[in-house]
Design a protein around this ligand. Structure first.
Ligand code: DOR
Ligand code: ZN
Length: 346
């Protein structure tokens, strides 16, 4: 008997779509399976104001192929010059669903991020007042902190102090990669959520480095040791409301990944739902995939769950494309390194 799994249409609560030719190439990969996504604002230049977010939303909708439906949930990039009134207006109009905090220098296009947290106090207080979530890239940028420790140190040095200084601020710890992140999230109340990517459920740091360097497995935060991957799997499949899917699917053209100073990002939009079904089945938790990918994120963002459904069918090993073409060059699709038998039904 064929095994099938039907769930409410999922949402991707952390997605990079880029702009221009890359946007046109990657948007259908997400819209094919996901109803909505939280769209990251780290363009060049970044999406800082409500007006910029409205224009970016229009470009995304214009790039959507005929016959596909998709709702981009827009975010603003927090800078030390962000105007609390502009943020509040963009939220009140329904345009903006979150503000993204990148510590300056933490990752791709984060030069305009925050250095001095005192300078964003007014914005954070306004966000706490109006209930607008802050999505946090949780890594310190202090070069003296080892890259594998940057998430754990961020929690102690930055995240916890900022949350204590701003009571009521709703926060999403984005793409947690450590048991420290899981444990911290679990110890908090309902004003804190945490996204988990598909690739961090699959690779640990040895996958990046053993047997030759694998640039397509390099992302930020970088994958950690195996005990952390296991903690993420346990959290994602637990069904707990605070944990939800944010793929962090982050396309870069191959020539910038396969490079002496390669860009960070794994492109998983194409095969994420198949990979998640594989992982959840391995963990004996297929019945909780819907909670993780379709219900918990919507609930945190106070959105109704999607009406549509997505069906996965288990059969022969699926042939995913190795790359997708974009006007900016080919983009390699994340290869889990094992056969996957779950396919999204057309
Ligand atoms: O791996 C990553 N890629 N991590 C990020 O935080 C940013 C992203 C990107 O924009 O490429
Ligand atoms: Zn990201």
């Amino acid at each position: 008997m064929t095994q099938t799994l039907t769930l409410r249409r999922p949402d991707d609560m952390h997605l990079h779509l880029r702009d221009g030719a890359m946007l046109a190439a990657v948007l259908p990969e997400t819209a094919r399976h996901f109803a909505r996504a939280i769209i990251m604002p780290n363009l060049v230049p970044p999406v800082v104001t409500g007006a910029q977010a409205a224009a970016y939303r229009d470009r995304i909708l214009a790039a959507l192929p005929d016959g596909m439906s998709f709702e981009p949930l827009m975010t603003l990039y927090l800078t030390e010059a962000t105007d609390p009134a502009d943020v509040a207006a963009a939220h009140a109009s329904g345009l903006v669903k979150a503000v993204k905090l990148y510590p300056a220098g933490a990752t791709t296009n984060s030069q305009s991020g925050v250095r001095d947290f005192d300078k964003v106090r007014g914005v954070l207080e306004k966000m706490a007042e109006i209930g607008l979530p802050l999505c946090v890239h949780g890594e310190v940028t202090d070069p003296s902190v080892d890259i594998f420790d940057r998430e754990a140190v961020f929690i102690d040095r930055v995240l916890d102090p900022v949350r204590r200084a701003t009571p009521g601020l709703r926060v999403v710890m984005e793409h947690i990669t450590t048991k420290d992140g899981v444990d911290y999230a679990r110890a908090q109340g309902t004003d804190l959520g945490a996204t988990i990517t598909t690739h961090h459920l699959i690779i640990n740091r040895s996958h990046i480095l053993a047997g030759g360097i694998k640039p397509h497995y390099y992302c930020l935060p970088v994958a950690k040791r195996e005990l952390h991957r296991l903690a993420l799997r346990e959290a994602a499949t637990s069904g707990e409301a605070r944990f939800f899917l944010g793929t962090d699917s982050a396309p870069h053209p191959d020539h910038l990944k396969e490079h002496a100073c390669g860009c960070a990002g794994c492109f998983t939009a194409t095969n994420t739902m198949s990979l998640l079904a594989h992982v959840f089945e391995e963990e004996g938790a297929l019945q909780r995939l819907e909670v993780f990918a379709s219900l918990n994120g919507a609930a945190f963002y106070q959105l109704p769950p999607n009406e549509g459904t997505l069906t996965l069918v288990k059969g022969d090993a699926v042939d995913f494309p190795a790359k997708i073409e974009s006007g900016a060059g080919p983009v390699t699709v994340f290869d889990p390194g094992f056969p996957v038998h779950w396919k999204v039904q057309d």
